[in-house]
Structures are given as C-alpha cells and as structure tokens.
Design a protein around this ligand. Sequence first.
Ligand SMILES: [Zn+2]
Length: 100
Amino acid sequence: MAKRSHTQRNSCRPYGQWPVPHTPAWFAQMLPFHPPAVFFAQTHIARTGRLDICSVCGDTPAPIYDAVNAPHQSLRLCADCLGIRAALYDERYRLRPERA
Ligand SMILES: [Zn+2]
C-alpha cells in the first residue's frame, strides 16, 4: 500500500470554521472524502446513543480537534486515538475550545 499523503488544503482555514463532528453538516462534508470515518462515527453513535464520543473508537472523553496536518477536517478524539494517529500517520490536531 502506498504511503498516505495528507492534503494541506485545509490548513489555512480560520480556526474553528469546520463543522462540529457528528452534526449533519459534518457528515455531509466528510462523506465524499472519508466514508470510513463516517461509517465508524455512525456505528459508535448508534451503539452508545451519544454524539460526544470519539469519532474513531467511540470512547469518552473525546474533545473536538481541528486538523493541523491531517486529512480529516475535524474529529472528536480520545487521548488514545489522538496519540495513535500522531504516531502512525504523523497527523497533527489542535484542540478546539468548548463553547459555553
Ligand atoms: Zn478513540
């Protein structure tokens, strides 16, 4: 399998502009480009009945992260998945502050 290449096209967007993960806008944006991510998130949402879960594994807590150098525009990530994605794929994310 070829080494994953990460697009930089989202890196210059203003902070916090991407849809909140697991909202209809997020699913609409993710589906054409990252169908597996949509599948995993929908599976975990259906299993747990929660939207504030890790997009990858369904664990909590899972704050919102915006891509710095990663193909997914925004994700909810638990600490384990954040570390795994950094170690395996060299993906970097920025924590999005929770809005009151
Ligand atoms: Zn996770």
